[in-house]
Design a protein around this ligand. Structure first.
Ligand SMILES: [Zn+2]
Length: 173
């Protein structure tokens, strides 16, 4: 990553590799149900940057992230001892949700939130949501995320259209 960036952008350097990760903005979102958990939402400047950052952070099946990923959800790893769950991060950090500026579509965003919700469910209630917990058997959760993402995007479109019509009616009255 080069050193010339538009104002407002933040270049974060990986503490070990020193490689820059261009992140346009980031914020935190949280849920309380079953125990407080929060996520970093990072908006990368490009899908390539998103994939590279996801690849670098990943601890298994790293090749997966080089694919055509438009957004991703990377939960934290629990502290384990010989495979035995010891504890999730006591500060409530659940993981990072990565989005890219050119793919900030409601469908992509809500899709990743399904993965985030499933991950929090695993942390707070049961290790399995009966949708598969590993990358290789993640397909059912993936399908759920697609269905919910598309429904939510449609809902969003209709809501915006309704509000626009309502505002038009009020202003025209
Ligand atoms: Zn997915």
């Amino acid at each position: 990553m080069g050193g010339q960036h538009a104002a407002g952008r933040t270049e974060l350097e990986h503490p070990e590799t020193g490689v820059g990760r261009l992140i346009l903005t980031s914020w935190r979102i949280a849920s309380e149900h079953g125990g407080a958990r929060w996520w970093w939402v990072r908006v990368h400047d490009s899908p390539e940057n998103l994939r590279e950052s996801a690849y670098r952070r990943s601890q298994e099946d790293r090749e997966f992230w080089k694919d055509a990923v438009l957004g991703c959800c990377q939960p934290v790893r629990p502290w384990t001892d010989g495979g035995e769950l010891l504890i999730w991060p006591p500060n409530g950090l659940a993981g990072v949700i990565r989005l890219s500026a050119e793919n900030l579509f409601t469908e992509v965003i809500y899709h990743e939130l399904v993965h985030a919700a499933c991950a929090v469910y695993r942390m707070n209630f049961a290790r399995s949501v009966d949708l598969g917990t590993g990358l290789e058997d993640m397909a059912p959760e993936e399908d759920l995320a697609y269905i919910y993402g598309q429904l939510a995007a449609d809902m969003d479109t209709e809501l915006k259209a309704w509000w626009t019509r309502l505002r038009g009616a009020v202003e025209g009255a």
